[in-house]
Design a protein around this ligand. Structure first.
Ligand code: IPE
Ligand code: IPE
Ligand code: MG
Length: 251
């Protein structure tokens, strides 16, 4: 739980962490392995980090698994990734139910293999009551596309409300309610960019980059990111909170 101060009001809410899981291919290439071996190893890391996230007090975890631009990769690599997504969803549904993890996809569904789409729907239904952690998997995801489609929806409905728009941006095609604000973005693999991830939701997100490739990332690394985040001063455009003076209320 993180206290978030906004001008004139304070609120406590669960932390929303978003991770750009990058560096799988280079991790494999550096070891003389095919790139897909990096993705396989990366899928195993997802399992451990998701379990760790729940214990670290993260309320929402959004994982960037496949960008809409990743369709530009070789057909065999894309096919392996899609197979891994399907396996992950099938193999972890019951563990997620037991752990109280609600799973929801964000991103486009219409271009996914139908088996992955069906697995996703099954997991979303089975885990809908989960309250410990909301795990959002960004597959065939593009932030610009999410924003453009929310705008198209508003035009179609002939009605615009800022809240409904933000919800539509953040929800994508998924069933879970939109959670526009990201508190912390973690990117592994050494690059320092967002690559079209959650552009709307990251307006005031803190950014944390590491050279560690995703296949080597651990729950301890995530803990380090959270420790760093806890030391950041978030101001949301306002001035820093005045230090409390002894004997005076800090209003
Ligand atoms: C992230 O790792 C996984 C996906 C983008 C699907 P990469 O495959 O981008 O790995 P690098 O960046 O080429 O090392
Ligand atoms: C972003 O990584 C997408 C995912 C991690 C799923 P990329 O490897 O596709 O990003 P760029 O091409 O380096 O910006
Ligand atoms: Mg990459």
């Amino acid at each position: 739980m993180v206290a978030v101060m906004t001008p004139g009001a304070s609120a406590v809410r669960d932390l929303h962490v978003a991770i750009i899981m990058d560096g799988n291919g280079r991790w494999a290439t550096e070891r003389g392995l095919p790139r897909v071996d990096g993705h396989r190893r990366g899928a195993a890391v997802v399992r451990r980090v998701v379990e760790g996230a729940a214990t670290l007090g993260i309320g929402t975890l959004t994982l960037f698994a496949f960008s809409s631009d990743n369709w530009r990769r070789p057909r065999a690599e894309v096919a392996t990734l899609m197979a891994l997504f399907g396996e992950y969803l099938e193999e972890h549904a019951s563990a997620c139910v037991r752990a109280g993890i609600r799973v929801a996809l964000i991103g486009r569904r219409d271009r996914l293999p139908s088996s992955v789409r069906r697995s996703a729907e099954r997991v979303e239904t089975a885990t809908a009551a989960g309250r410990v952690l909301l795990l959002r998997l960004a597959i065939d995801y593009s932030a610009r596309d999410a924003i453009a489609r929310a705008a198209e929806r508003a035009v179609r409905l002939g009605h615009f409300s800022r809240e409904a728009f933000a919800d539509a941006v953040a929800r994508g095609d998924g069933p879970a309610p939109g959670l526009p604000d990201v508190d912390l973005v973690v990117r592994t693999g050494g690059e320092r960019r967002l690559s079209d991830f959650l552009l709307w939701e990251c307006a005031y997100a803190e950014l944390w980059f590491t050279d560690v490739a995703w296949p080597d990332f651990t729950t301890e690394d995530l803990g380090r990111a959270l420790d760093d985040f806890a030391r950041r001063e978030r101001r949301f455009g306002a001035l820093p909170a005045a230090p409390a003076t002894a004997g005076e209320p800090n209003l």
